[in-house]
Design a protein around this ligand. Structure first.
Ligand SMILES: *[C@@H]1O[C@H](CO)[C@@H](O)[C@H](O)[C@H]1NC(C)=O
Ligand SMILES: *[C@@H]1O[C@H](CO)[C@@H](O)[C@H](O)[C@H]1NC(C)=O
Length: 484
């Protein structure tokens, strides 16, 4: 979820980021010649949304919620071509009116399962087991409640806990609903009034058991614990075990990661989200080792997603801005329990806005493509705070690029060094970053925006700025990022 704003520093970043984003938004979308047209268009759009709501009375009330201005502007921009698709998207009926292709991943519509129901797997993760992808996520198909509701009063919009849903697929596009792998209610931690977020499942080979970890909290996010459940079957049902604070430390947004050698790790936002903690899992992945690492100290990162390329560990994180979007940063380490250092934003798009806002979304998981080293799917949530169950999934191709050494390929080496250097300086102005160029690994992480795509995209070579520079005359290096 969620970005919890930390009381001091995190909050300042948060508001800075949103102000910057809104400033850019205003600049990009309301330049003088276009302003009038846009306002007229917005008026028409709102009327359409209203009509749509009136017509489809069986839709839940929350559907008519107007998204944040950022999301709205994004939707407006997209909608200028196919207005109907936007209208359909907000009425929640797009898949009926305009059949989902089920051959491509489409990042602009509601996703439906093989029975036509809206997929409820927010803050999700995917386990690939015996040739089948298992998608786990928060079922948010209930009414969205405003901040201040519940006991203790919630600090952000929330939906009463329904449970952890599970879907299976062999192509990442057609998903069969397997039901609630862990329904609400079987333990006080799973009471509907609680918060159950970001379920992740690991397969523990020695015991042949599936272990589900999740973030358990109260609406005020003060409980801050990790919970776990196990099952002999990937799809469940899971038996809830307990929740705890690892090393007596707060655990909010988190992830678990299983290494090639069977060791597994947990990374969680701790110390009021200011510091990331990393620890090894023990006892069949149901406990944490005595020692842990404090990293990204004072940087207020959350929504961690860990993956590995060769012997390098990578972690995509978001900032802490509640349900609002912010810029992703990828960190690397040579040992999961060592120091993690920033490589800057992995997001690549022609649009500065898309890059700065992680494509209007918050990362949740990075799925390695089986048998395709360096190829991954970046999974994120485009939260709709006032209608959380309608939040969209944004899944994009991710490459880990081996950067050729300067000696092998002077041009590529130089371009990458320049790109890295600009990125690094940009970050240093905001916060301490890596100081020694030599300590950076010979990889870069690229997530490319694609509105509609399929896995054949990952068969192609990764998009490299250096290649583009060679093939195109226009400069593709802007703001220190590759504007592909
Ligand atoms: C959409 O899919 C449904 C179910 O597969 C099918 O019955 C219907 O004809 C399709 N509609 C369109 C417009 O292709
Ligand atoms: C899959 O993606 C490729 C490359 O973008 C495209 O050419 C192809 O038509 C797509 N397949 C389908 C079924 O849409």
């Amino acid at each position: 979820m969620t970005g919890l704003m930390t009381p001091d520093r995190g909050k300042r970043y948060a508001s800075d980021t949103i102000q910057q984003v809104q400033h850019r938004l205003t600049k990009s979308y309301t330049s003088a010649p276009r302003r009038t047209a846009l306002f007229v268009f917005l008026g028409v759009l709102k009327a359409l949304l209203l009509v749509s709501w009136l017509v489809s009375r069986q839709q839940p009330k929350s559907v008519s919620a107007v998204p944040t201005d950022i999301q709205q502007a994004q939707e407006v921009r997209k909608a200028i071509a196919p207005l109907a698709s936007l209208h359909a998207a907000f009425s929640g009926k797009d898949a009926g009116a305009r059949n989902q292709s089920f051959e491509n991943i489409q990042n602009d519509i509601l996703w439906r399962d093989t029975e036509g129901n809206v997929i409820q797997a927010h803050g999700g993760s995917v386990l690939f087991h015996e040739g089948v992808y298992h998608l786990y996520g928060e079922h948010k198909g209930g009414r969205t409640l405003p901040p201040g509701s519940g006991k203790p009063p919630s600090i952000v919009h929330r939906v009463d806990v329904i449970g952890v849903s599970c879907y299976t697929s062999t192509d990442l596009i057609n998903w069969k609903y397997e039901g609630l792998a862990l329904p609400a209610g079987q333990h006080s931690d799973l009471d509907p009034s609680k918060v159950v977020e970001r379920p992740r499942v690991l397969y523990h080979e020695p015991t042949q058991r599936f272990v589900m970890w999740m973030h358990i909290d109260t609406g005020d996010y003060e409980l801050a614990r990790c919970g776990m459940a196990t099952s002999p079957s990937a799809t469940g049902p899971y038996r809830y075990l307990r929740s705890f604070r690892p090393h007596a430390q707060m655990c909010r947004d988190f992830t678990v990661f299983k290494d090639d050698d069977g060791e597994a790790y947990i990374a969680y936002s701790s110390e009021r989200n200011k510091v990331m903690h990393v620890a090894r899992l023990t006892q069949g992945y149901t406990n944490v080792a005595m020692t842990f690492t404090r990293t990204m100290v004072g940087l207020s990162r959350e929504a961690p997603a860990i993956f590995k390329h060769r012997d390098i560990y990578l972690m995509i994180t978001s900032g802490c801005t509640g349900w609002q979007v912010n810029r992703a940063e990828v960190y690397f380490a040579r040992d999961p329990l060592g120091e993690w250092e920033s490589l800057g934003s992995p997001c690549v798009s022609r649009s500065h806005m898309l890059r700065e806002t992680t494509f209007y979304s918050q990362g949740t998981h990075v799925l390695p493509m089986p048998g395709q080293p360096g190829r991954y799917v970046f999974m994120a949530d485009r939260w709709l705070p006032q209608a959380l169950g309608m939040s969209r999934y944004i899944w994009l191709p991710l490459w880990v690029v081996d950067i050729p050494q300067a000696v092998e390929s002077p041009l590529r080496g130089a371009v990458h060094a320049q790109q890295r250097s600009i990125k690094r300086n940009k970050f240093r102005s905001m916060r301490p970053g890596p100081t020694n160029m030599q300590s950076l690994p010979p990889v870069d992480v690229v997530v490319r925006w694609q509105q509609r795509w399929n896995l054949t995209v990952l068969d192609a070579p990764p998009p490299l700025c250096a290649d583009l520079l060679r093939s195109q005359s226009e400069a593709v290096l802007r703001d220190g990022e590759c504007a592909i």
